[in-house]
Design a protein around this ligand. Structure first.
Ligand code: NAD
Length: 260
């Protein structure tokens, strides 16, 4: 049922975003791949998705820290495909430091990219979804949208904000064929987490295996990373007709973290 739908995945040149773009393309969606660069490699990702899944896919550069570029991403998509049916707000960054030394520019960047971008893209996409009477907005939040950890003030604040934004959008659109939900992954092994593993190995003086088991996955009872493919499949489910009455909620994919 997703064949021919147009899906935008922000921050989709890597990790969860790329796997989500692949999962939606496998369901027949045309895809807008996005990041803030404009390299040949970025455009090649879209070309590879198109040829692998037999859909149309384009790369559109837009820096999710900039409100005008967030909104322009939607308008460029509509100009190219005629609609935006699925919006996955995935772009995100991380920075770890105690509040009192947390750099102001890192706070501002995390709030802009991880939270405000979802407001701007949704605001621009909703009128187009209302015009067709069908839409799916999926925000990639985090277990940190539901629980806190020390030294991640900006990330935890932004992700809690994303969960609140998700519920509000869902209520505003209830009954209009448009749903809004958040996927809340625990730890997923992507470049964003690789950096944390390397930093914590140095801090704790542990080897990689012990750092992953005892530090990174300390709060994740399964002691296993979720995979990017599992997150992509969760997004695809929330975009399906089976999920038409699933709105304003969070889907945790966290190995039991938030059951605690
Ligand atoms: P990643 O670093 O692999 O990918 C992040 C993507 O966002 C990249 O494509 C990057 O180019 C893009 N991006 C970064 N800044 C951008 C900007 N200003 N404008 C446009 N694109 C930008 O990270 P990931 O682990 O795949 O994370 C994806 C999302 O999942 C993030 O929102 C993250 O917070 C969330 N998440 C990740 C985990 C995890 O364990 N990896 C857990 C929970 C939630």
């Amino acid at each position: 049922m997703l064949t021919g739908k147009t899906a935008i995945v922000t921050g989709s040149t890597s990790g969860i975003g790329l796997a989500t773009a692949e999962a939606l393309a496998a369901k027949g969606c045309n895809i807008v791949v996005n990041s803030y660069g404009d390299d040949t490699a970025d455009h090649q990702i879209a070309a590879d998705i198109a040829s692998k899944h037999g859909v149309e896919a384009v790369y559109v550069k837009a820096d999710m820290s900039k409100p005008a570029e967030c909104r322009d991403l939607i308008e460029k998509t509509v100009a190219r495909f005629g609609s935006v049916d699925i919006l996955v707000n995935n772009a995100g960054i991380q920075y770890v430091a105690p509040v009192e030394t947390f750099p102001i520019e890192k706070w501002d960047a995390i709030i802009a990219i991880n939270l405000s971008s979802a407001f701007h893209t949704a605001a621009a996409a909703i009128p187009h979804m209302k015009a067709t009477g069908w839409g799916r907005i999926v925000n990639i939040a985090s277990a940190h949208g539901l629980r806190a950890s020390p030294n991640k003030s900006a990330y935890v604040a932004a992700k809690h904000g994303v969960v609140g934004l998700t519920k509000t959008i869902a209520l505003e659109l209830a009954g209009q064929g448009i749903t809004c939900n958040a996927v809340c992954p625990g730890f997923v092994l992507t470049p964003l987490v690789e950096t944390q593993i390397e930093d914590r190995m140095k801090e704790e003086g542990l080897d990689r295996e012990a750092t992953i088991r005892d530090v990174i996955l300390a709060k994740q009872p399964s002691k296993q990373f979720a995979t990017v493919e599992e997150i992509g499949a969760s997004v695809a489910f929330l975009c399906s007709n089976d999920a038409a009455q699933v709105t304003g909620t969070t889907l945790s994919v966290d190995g039991g973290w938030t059951a605690q």
